[in-house]
Structures are given as C-alpha cells and as structure tokens.
Design a protein around this ligand. Structure first.
Ligand code: SF4
Length: 975
C-alpha cells in the first residue's frame, strides 16, 4: 500500500471511530475514501460512488476513470471521465488531479463536456447537401463516399499544380502541429487560422521583443499582477492562470486590472483601471518613463539584455555608444509620455497612474503581466499595447524570473513526431498576401474579399471547428462567398455540432468532442513544461476492460470520428499508390504497407520524444503510451528558469563570428535534438553561419531567438520593413480614439467573453445555456440619460459603419461613459427552412433577406422547449439568445500585425417602431469600401522588402514554406 493510500485509510478509520463514538452507523464512502479531494489514482480502474439519483437509497455504481483534455477553450485543462462499467457511458466529467496545468480544477465549461456529448441536436453522421448550397436539405452518406469525393478533388488539384486551391481553415486547433504536418505532407501551403481575429495583436508585441509570440507569466509567485484582460473569468489559459493568480493573492500579491468594464476579474482587483479604449499604451509608456526617470528599474538587466547598442547605432548615431547615453536617449524618446498626457488620453486620474507606477516599481522582478486579446485585439496599433506592457517587465528585469514573465517556448514542450514532412514548396497569397509582410498570422478574415478580387479560388475548403459566418466580422460576405460555387468548389465542415457556417457546406462531417478524439498539446500555463494527452475515453475504457478497438468510430456515438484517423485515411485516398510521395508519411513503421495507427503515432512520440516518460512508465510496469492513457498528462520539467543565461557549449561553437552588437554565429551543425521540434532561429549570416547565442560579459549565452539575440527594444525588422516609426515601443492612436470619432459616436467594445460560454463550441451545453444566454448592451447611466433616458431592458439600435443591430440595453455603472460593450458569445442563429438541423438550445430561427448587397436578418423564434431524447430540453425556459453583432462589422486589418481591430465607432439610440431584438441589417458594398480603406494603410512587401523576400524569414509562421517560396516574384508576374 502506498503512503497516500495509507494516510487516506487512517483518515477513514479516525472518522469511523469518531462517528461510532456518537453511537451512529459509519458509512465510509463507497470507495472507502472519506473526504478525499480526488479519487486516488490507484483506484481509477474500479472506482465506486453512490448513485445520486437513487437517493436516499445507497446504490453503488462502479466506474473506470479515464483522463482526457477539455476542448472548450485553449487552456487544455485535464478532465477525468467517469465511465460506467455497466453501461459504458460517461456519467460525468471532473478535473484530472494529475494534470500539471489545471491540477484537477476546471471552469464550468469542462464538466459541461457531458452536455455536448449527449446533446440531442449534435451531428452524428456524415451529411451531404441534397439541394443548392445553403438551401438546408441534407442526406446521410457513408464516410467512404465523402472521403473518396474529397480525396479525388484534392488529388486532382495537387496533380495539376493547383495546391493553393486546397485550404484548411481552423478555429480552435487544440493540438500541436498534427494537421500542419498533414498539409506539409501534401505539399500544400493551405493552413488558415482564426488567429488574426483573436490574438495576433497580442502576439506581435511579444514577438518583436523576444522572438516568441506569447508570454508565460508566473502569476503564482508574483508580487504584482498586472492584467490587461479578464483573466480570472475568461481569456487565454484562464483557469490555469486564474488559480495561480488566486494563490498569489492569498500570499498578499496585489492585482491591477485594466478593463473598460467592471468584469468579474476587475471586481477582485486592488486597482481597477477603466481607460479610454486604445489609450493603454500611453499609460504604460508613462509608467515606463517614470521608472527610468526615478531610477526605479533594473539597470543591470537592461544593460545586459536589451539591444540598446543597436538602437543607439541606428537611431542615435551621434551619441556615444554607452549605457548612460541610452538612458538619456530613452528619456528623450518618451519625454512626451508624462502622467499628465497619459491621464488626458486615458481619462484615468494622474494620481491613480502614479500609484500603479509605484506598485510596478515595488513588484520588481516579481511582476507578472498579461495582455492577449482585449486592448491588443480591439484597436488599430493594438499590438503596441503588448509591446509596451512587456516593456515594463523588460525594465524591471522581470523576465524569466520567479514571479515574472517567461517567453512561452520555455514553458512548453512540443515532442518530435514520428514523421516530419518537408516544408511546402509554394507560397499561398490568399492567406499571406504581399500587403501584410509582417502579419502574425493568415489574413483569414479577408478571404471573401480576396476571392472577390480574383486573387484565387478554392477547390476544397475545410472549415474545422471554425464558424467564420458567425465568428468573423462581415459574416454576410462569408455567406456570399460560400454560396458561390465558382469561388469555393467544395466546402467541407468538420464539426461536432451545427454552426452558421456548416449550413453553407457541401459535406458536414461529425468530429468528436474533447472526450472523443486524440490530440497532444502543451501550453505555457506556468513555469514548467508538460504534455497533455486528449483521448477518446470510451475507446480507452473499452480497451482497459479488455476489448480491442481499431477505429475510434467503434467507440464514439453514431459515426462520430476523430481527426487523426480521418486525416490519415484521407491522405491514403489522395495518394493510394504512394506515387505522389504523400502516403509514406501515413504508413506504419512496424507493418509495411499498413496505415499508421494512433497507437503507433502517439506510442512512438511518448517512447522517443518525451524525456523521463519512459522511465516513469516503466517504474509502474507500463509502456509510455499506457501511462499516458492512464494518467493523461506528464510533467517534463518544473522550474525552467532563465534559459537565456545558459552558456552555449563549446561543441556548438565552430569558426565563430561575433557581429558588432554581440550576436554570435557558428558553423557547428545544429545539435541533434531527439526530443523537441526545434524552435525557429533567426537567419544565418552572409557566410551561412547559424546564430547560436549572444556575447554577454565575455561568454556566449543562449539569449533570445531574435535577430540580435537580445530583447529587442529596437526592432531592426520593423525598421527595415517599412515601419521605422514603430521600431521601438510606442503609442499608436486607435481608430476609435476620440479624435477619430464623428459627432455623436461612441466606442463599442464587442470582444469580451462570458465565463461560461466559448464561441460556437459551448452553445450545445444545456447547463451553460441556462446560465448565460443573452448579451445586452452595457450602457453607462450618463449615456443612457443623454440618449433620452434609456432604461434596462429597453431595445436600442446600434449603428455601425455597414449596418445596425437591435438588442436590449443594460444600464450599469460598470462601464466607462462614452463606451458601450456587448459580448460576442451570443446571437447564434439558423435559417428558417433548415430541415431538422441546427442546435435548438441557444440558436434562434431567423429569416434572411437578401437584395443585391443589402442583407437583413429577422428573428422568427428564439429558444423554445422541445421534445428530445433529453427530457431537459422540454424544460427550456429562456427564449432570448442574444444578438449576432459581428454581422454588422466591416473588416479592420491592422496594417502591421494583421489583427482585425474589433472596436467599433457606433451611434446608439432608442429602437425604432417595428424594430425587434435580434434584427440585423448590413450592406456588403459598404463593407467592401471599409476593406479598401484599411487596405490603403498597408505597405506592401513589393515596396518595402529589404531583401527580396515576402516576409522576414525569422518571423514565426504556422506551416512555414520552404525558403525559396519566400522570394517575391517579379511584380509583373504576380497574378
Ligand atoms: S473551458 Fe474551462 S475547463 Fe475547459 S480548458 Fe478552458 S478553462 Fe479549462
């Protein structure tokens, strides 16, 4: 008996004695564990609990507990499925205590995975449209029929050199690179993501500082936590982060929250700052200037790790190249960023800003900060918000320190897979157009405009767990695109549930929820490295009970599949005889001419690429795959520390060259890295030497993966690629800055999440829908008064640049005057006439009217009770499902980061007679004008590229093509 179990039993015995001393009968709990937080893992094969429905009888139920990973947001928290041994059904999901990121805790959306699995409206079988696209008639088809049709079209496109007509457009990836490698194996630069409507703004600010595009704040050990986000309720990695923020607060750490709304997060803050949207960078620069001016920053760190020499050489060559000169130059650069100026821009009192500066100074190296979406996703130039936020960490030396912020890759572990196909040879301008050479991700939300302009067409377009008609701005343009078969030859929606986009597909193919699929992932939740394993729990439970399962469809409901097996099968059908060179990446290494199976794929990785896992598994008599199937996550390393300080070993230094700023280049080959997929490294020098480190105090240290090897206060990349004015952290006035608003306009903040909903994925979870099913407009009482005394519950009309929407008002002091806000999680709909399809718990039935480029949507019916296999659907008591505001937004691509700048300049007024909640009107001709206006802000690679490339080679890019594909074609040849 191990120690943990022994202690548990002792507690049970103590409780027994105590109960019996009172003359009462003791019931020790069905698994003989009393008051344990989690079932001890030794008992996961046969866990016994009382059946709550049998109460007051004590009916015991026996379970196999199988770990998996939640798929509802990007945090990838661990879940534990309670699979009933008798019925082989999942009874509930709870937290997996073995998961290092979430540590057994979940938000409401984790356990609600059960609702998604049992949702009576989910897609269970492959469907093919049986009428015109979007007309709402479907017929059931076999997987074979769908696969052959799709594979045949892709095969022809590849054979005919039309690789760029194959596109995979992903919403929530939930995995680390599997599908990117599938596309690489096909030789297709067809990866498209949702990132430019999500986090490109946040990413760009970090990328230009440290060469990596995400922060990893060590909240648990911080003394000051500064969030430009709502991280205690939603946001990136929010549950793993929130629990660590709470721990820090329990220790006495201070919390500062910037949010225009009084969010649930702001209610927990010591200081809630509600600035004018878009003014955040001005505040941060004023704080930075103050820290330097008052000498309350980590001078030694800055001198050691910033590329200040490069800044002086390029921007202030007249100054002596000393650190004292740089300090002076810094203060001159930011002399306008006084607290007075920041207060005027933000509307936050000067004294409050000074207090925040004092707290930052006190935080020292224990300053953890985070900005991901929020201001970075809302504003033109929003990417400078995260750049200015990280400036505070960089000034305080709070980088890779206990309680500071790490570069994400140091707190993440991506194991090397069994095959690494080469980079695709062609560049796809539909996703990476020349106008946006510095975009962090694909210009995905401009796709309808690009196709409209004749920049290309699509033969096969996959949308995968992605709903652009609903999620993206300008959704009516997406409907126009998807219903045009000349532009989109075949649209395949890979989705667990109905969506506004799936209605306009040719095939709707049922994919699994988080408990019905395999994926591997690792995220930077804290100062550690871990890998988490998502698995189809019924398949694993059956296997644990002795059954052989070859194909996940055998265990999933209906004919729901998982993507790993789907992509492997599709790839075989694209290249059945191997002549295209594709099939070899999907073959078993053990069984010649057989398909690669998921057991072999993951088994290989766990055995060969995750250090420590084979030994840990062997100690329990398990293979690495068996261990991961049993526990679901493995911690590779804890307390990673300052990797940039590590010295580069002598065998990596050969024929070394050190440039004027200390970057060290070497001819030594890159050391074989048996474990991880290598990090991107900056470009080699002119003689082909590889950058391996940076000279600091006479030693070659690893440094950061930036061109200079240091933290880049000055970005040579931005300077050389056409944006010298933004090469240092600076403040860009937003498109919704008060100076840019017309008379009567206010700012609409349309981006915030609700804690219990998550985009398209959670609407089919009845528990969540009951808690949150509407998105009223937050209006400050001062504005409500100005607009004629609008009261809570009254209908208002919000006019955007391309249309309007109608919704209920919520008058609250929890929002800044002059700003209104509406959550983007609501307003789901299905067109009237869809025959028996579409989710009914949170989707309205609507009429769509369309005349030329004018579109209207009118709600016929909200949610109503209905009979189904789930008796709860007849108890639905809500009818309001909110409004779909995104349909009324034009596209706002930031010319540098590519991020859609979500905030809107709007007018708000009382609804007109005849207006009804959920009404929407938009004109796509006006959205074209908006697109053209924002496109004019760009600086094309054809004009600014300093090296003839389309994009700086060192910048991160999902599914990077081969280096030759980076070369710009002669402009004349461009299609
Ligand atoms: S939805 Fe909640 S439980 Fe699921 S991964 Fe996100 S934070 Fe974790």
């Amino acid at each position: 008996m191990n120690e943990k179990l022994r202690r548990l039993n002792e507690r049970v015995q103590a409780a027994r004695r105590e109960t019996e001393s009172r003359g009462e009968t003791f019931y020790p709990g069905p698994s003989r564990v009393h008051l344990a937080a989690f079932p001890p893992r030794e008992r996961w094969d046969d866990w016994v609990e009382l059946d709550s429905r049998a109460w007051p009888r004590r009916r015991e139920r026996r379970y196999v507990l199988v770990p998996t990973t939640c798929f509802n947001c990007e945090s990838a928290c661990g879940l534990l499925a309670y699979v009933d041994r008798e019925t082989l059904q999942v009874r509930k999901f709870e937290g997996n205590p073995e998961h290092p990121g979430s540590r057994g805790r979940n938000c409401a959306k984790g356990p609600a995975t059960l609702n998604q699995v049992t949702d009576p409206d989910r897609v269970l079988y492959p469907l093919k449209r049986a009428a015109g696209r979007g007309e709402g008639r479907w017929e059931r088809v076999s997987w074979d029929e769908a696969l052959d049709d799709i594979a045949g079209r892709i095969r022809r496109a590849i054979r005919e050199g039309r690789q760029n007509e194959v596109m995979y457009h992903v919403g929530r990836p939930g995995e680390d690179g599997f599908t990117e490698r599938v596309l690489a194996a096909w030789g297709v630069d067809g990866h498209n993501s949702h990132t430019n409507i999500c986090s490109s703004g946040g990413r760009a600010g970090y990328q230009y500082w440290m060469g990596l595009d995400r922060p990893s704040p060590d909240h648990a050990n911080a003394d000051l936590i500064l969030l430009i986000s709502a991280h205690l309720e939603s946001g990136h990695y929010f549950n793993p982060h929130a629990q660590r923020v709470v721990e820090a607060r329990q220790r006495g750490a201070k919390l500062v929250v910037f949010d225009v709304r009084l969010s649930n997060t702001a209610t927990h803050a010591d200081h809630w700052i509600s600035p004018q949207p878009g003014s955040e960078a001005a505040i941060l620069l004023a704080i930075a200037r103050d820290l330097v001016e008052t000498d309350r920053y980590d001078r030694a760190f800055v001198e050691r790790w910033w590329n200040w020499r490069e800044y002086l050489a390029r921007e202030r060559p007249e100054l002596e190249p000393t650190f004292a000169s740089f300090e002076r130059a810094f203060l001159e650069l930011y002399e306008d960023f006084t607290f007075e100026f920041a207060a005027a821009e933000s509307g936050v009192p000067e004294g409050t800003l000074r207090t925040i500066a004092d707290l930052v100074a006190q935080g020292g190296t224990r300053l953890s900060t985070h900005n991901w979406r929020s201001a970075a996703a809302g504003n033109l130039g929003g990417w400078q918000v995260s750049r200015c936020l990280f400036l505070l960490n960089a000034l305080m030396g709070a980088v890779a320190t206990r309680g500071g912020v790490y570069p994400n890759a140091w707190n993440k572990f991506v194991p090397r897979p069994i095959y690494l196909p080469p980079h695709p040879p062609k560049w796809n301008e539909l996703t990476w157009p020349a106008e946006y050479p510095l975009a962090m991700n694909e210009l995905s939300f401009l796709l309808p405009h690009f196709l409209d302009e004749g920049r290309g067409r699509l033969e096969v377009y996959f949308t995968r767990v992605y709903n652009p008609v609903w999620t993206n701005p300008d959704g009516f343009r997406w409907i126009e695109m998807l219903t045009d078969e000349a532009r989109v030859g075949l649209h395949v929606a890979l989705t667990p549930s109905w969506s506004e986009t799936a209605f306009f597909a040719d095939y709707v193919l049922p994919m699994g929820h988080g408990s019905e699929r395999h994926d591997l992932h690792s995220y930077e939740t804290h100062d550690a490295q871990w890998v988490g394993f998502r698995q189809p729990v019924l398949r694993t439970a059956r296997e644990r009970l002795g059954e052989a399962v070859e194909d996940t469809r055998q265990a999933n409901p209906g004919e729901v599949w998982e993507e790993n097996e789907f992509w492997i099968e599709l790839s075989w059908r694209i290249d059945p005889d191997g002549s295209l060179g594709i099939r070899k990446y999907f073959e078993s290494q053990h069984r010649p001419a057989a398909r690669l199976g998921v057991d072999e794929y993951y088994g290989w990785m766990f055995a060969n690429s995750v250090p420590g896992l084979p030994e840990t598994a062997a100690a329990e008599g398990l293979t690495p795959l068996e261990w991961m199937r049993r526990y679901g996550a493995f911690e590779v390393r804890r307390g990673v520390g300052p990797l940039h300080e590590e010295e580069v070993p002598a065998d990596e230094l050969m024929d070394v060259r050190v440039d004027a700023f200390g970057r060290v280049y070497s001819r030594a080959p890159r050391p074989a890295s048996p474990n991880v997929v290598p990090l991107p490294t900056p470009e080699p020098d002119a003689e082909g030497r590889r950058p391996v480190g940076v000279m600091v105090d006479g030693r070659v240290r690893r440094g950061f993966p930036t061109p200079s090897g240091r933290l880049e206060f000055y970005s040579r990349t931005l300077g050389e690629w056409g944006w010298p004015e933004y090469a240092v952290p600076t403040y860009i006035r937003s498109h919704v800055h008060p100076a840019n608003l017309a008379e009567g306009q206010v700012v609409l903040v349309p981006t915030f999440r609700l804690p219990v909903q998550i985009h398209t994925r959670s609407a089919n979870a009845k528990w969540l829908d009951e808690i949150a099913h509407t998105n009223p407009l937050w209006i400050n009482p001062l504005d409500a008064g100005r607009w004629g005394g609008i009261r809570t519950g009254e209908l208002v009309r919000v006019e955007t640049e391309i249309g309007h929407f109608v919704l209920k008002a919520w008058v609250t002091e929890g929002i800044r005057p002059g700003v209104v806000a509406c959550s983007h999680h609501m307003g789901r709909w299905k067109p009237f006439g869809e025959s028996g399809t579409g989710q009914r718990q949170l989707m309205a039935t609507v009429d769509l009217y369309h005349a030329g480029t004018r579109w209207k949507m009118k709600r016929r019916q909200g949610s109503t009770p209905y009979e189904s296999s789930d008796p709860d659907t007849s108890r639905i008591w809500w009818s309001d499902v909110g409004v779909h505001q995104n349909l009324t937004f034009g596209v706002h691509p930031d010319p540098i980061s590519g991020m859609h700048c979500w905030h809107q300049a709007v007018r708000v007024r009382r609804a007109e007679p005849g207006d009804a909640a959920g009404d929407i009107s938009a004109e796509t001709e006006r959205s074209r004008e908006v697109y053209r206006r924002w496109l004019e802000m760009t600086r094309s690679a054809f004009k600014v590229s300093p090296d003839g490339n389309r994009r700086p080679y060192w910048l991160l890019r999902p599914l990077k093509p081969g280096q030759d594909a980076f070369r710009l074609p002669p402009e004349a040849k461009r299609k």
